[in-house]
Design a protein around this ligand. Sequence first.
Ligand SMILES: [Zn+2]
Length: 597
Amino acid sequence: MLAPALAMKGKSVNTKNVLTLLFVITVASAATLFATDKDKKEAPKEDARPSYEQPQPDRETLDFAMYGKIREEATTHSHVMEYATALMDGIGPRLTGSENLKKANEWTKEQFTAMGCSNAHLEDWGDFGMGWKQLNTWVRMTAPDTAVFIAQAAPWSPATKGAVSGSAVWVDIKSEKDFEKYRGKLAGRIVLFGDMREVKPVDKPLFTRDEETDLKRIQDYPIRLNQNENSFQAFLKSLEFREKAGKFLASEGALAVLTPSRDGRNGGGSGGTIFDDTGAGFGWLIYEKDHANPLPVAVTAIENYGRVYRLLNARVPVTIELNIDTQFTGDHEHGFDTVAEIPGADAKLRDEVVMVGGHLDSWASAEGATDNGAGTVVAMEVMRILNALHVKPRRTIRVGLWTGEEQGEFGSYNYVKQHFGFVPRSNAPDQMNVTEFDRDPAGPIELKPDYQKISAYFNLDNGSGKVRGVYLQGNGAAGPIFAQWIEPLRDVGVATLTIRDTGGTDHEAFDAIGIPGFQFIQDPLDYGSRTHHSNMDTYERLQPEDLAQAAMVEAIFVYNAAMRDQMLPRKPFPHPDLERDLSKPLKGVMPGAEAKQ
Ligand SMILES: [Zn+2]
């Protein structure tokens, strides 16, 4: 409680004069005691605390007539697939920094205005890096046989100088020590980089819905102690190595690189599907000029990669011809979020906001229909439904369509940083190889005045599947509220609340500084198996009924949050800067232990 009060004044504890600090703490404590004392005797409207800190009602006052109207508008007049074909077919892939994404920013802004929103605009979140687009990619084997490959350029791959041909070589490079084996042997060659993996039969469905047992498992809370994020660190380490390996291959004069597509859930990374994202290139920050892919690289279908791999292993010379045609469109392209509003109508509450959104950017090997065209068109449909019903929300409803999500949730983190608050980040030299928001905290959260004016943010970014419930993200106080909100939505499949966290989507930007940020539980469909970051993430993967249901549920959540007396309750204020100390082993616990030398 004290940290937000201090930080609200725009000062950091580190730099504060100790006397002033003591004074502020004393005043803040006194104010807290006074408020608590007052609660017992007087009406809550005297309470000066933001409403998310005040007592919440046991019973939610719900507008069931509005539930009915939203359900009706979302189903009988659904326009979600019109937005979908316009975005996916009309605009296409939306890699951050690309011309297509800027077009999508402009188009969403225009659509928000056309549907009746106010204040539709783009917010510049800063310098992202290089603009890039794939014009064409083809790869084929020309000896010992001819074969046409399924392949696409890795994002931000440079172009080859037209069609190039070379003898193929598979390199077994797992660490820098392995470079020596290949020195002087790679000039003019097409390098196969990456192990051949086992390709198992696809004997389980690629497309699934959550059964009761799956939802029960999500609902159960596993107690796990002192968890560290080792997997992300390991991923970053592997990409750091790939950056070095790419530089080595380029310095040896290799013509181009082929990498095998990774697998998807239930063997989905086969049969024509290739996954084409950060893992395909040579580093984490390849969109920055200083870390650019040093040579052309394409991802190939695992079956095509396998044939070449087996021939080379059998000492049969293989010749590959390929043409990777890509274009860079600037070194310092900026990222933009699309933002629009339905203004609040209650004089006392209109300065407070409820936010809804998803990310507008995608990868480039298909149209990003499920990641995250789905979340985008659902958020648009939510705003359209509420406009069509001429709702007069008490709080302002604001939509945010983020960009740069696929490279580190840049659009949402920067939006939160510019509007609500941020965690200062370390600039130590050993931290500069990762993106800003992955660096170690360098002090307590610094807050902006609007931190006290946002109730919650609702996000959709787990594919095209309908909503089955909500990840409470550790916010237990929101549970009893949402339980009442979803009771009338059981018949459309929404019945699960879990205290669990979920990660990897833009709600994290809000959650990171203590603003309630929620990602819905969605039916998995073929998101993990086939569509997420793949060449098959197309309009065909979108399920119209699921998207219409998601828009209905999200519109009801947003409306309820905008209408209730209080903002939604929050978790305890986070202290990311103290995490490391708090999880250190205690000292002096073991009786009789000798002091360390
Ligand atoms: Zn996504």
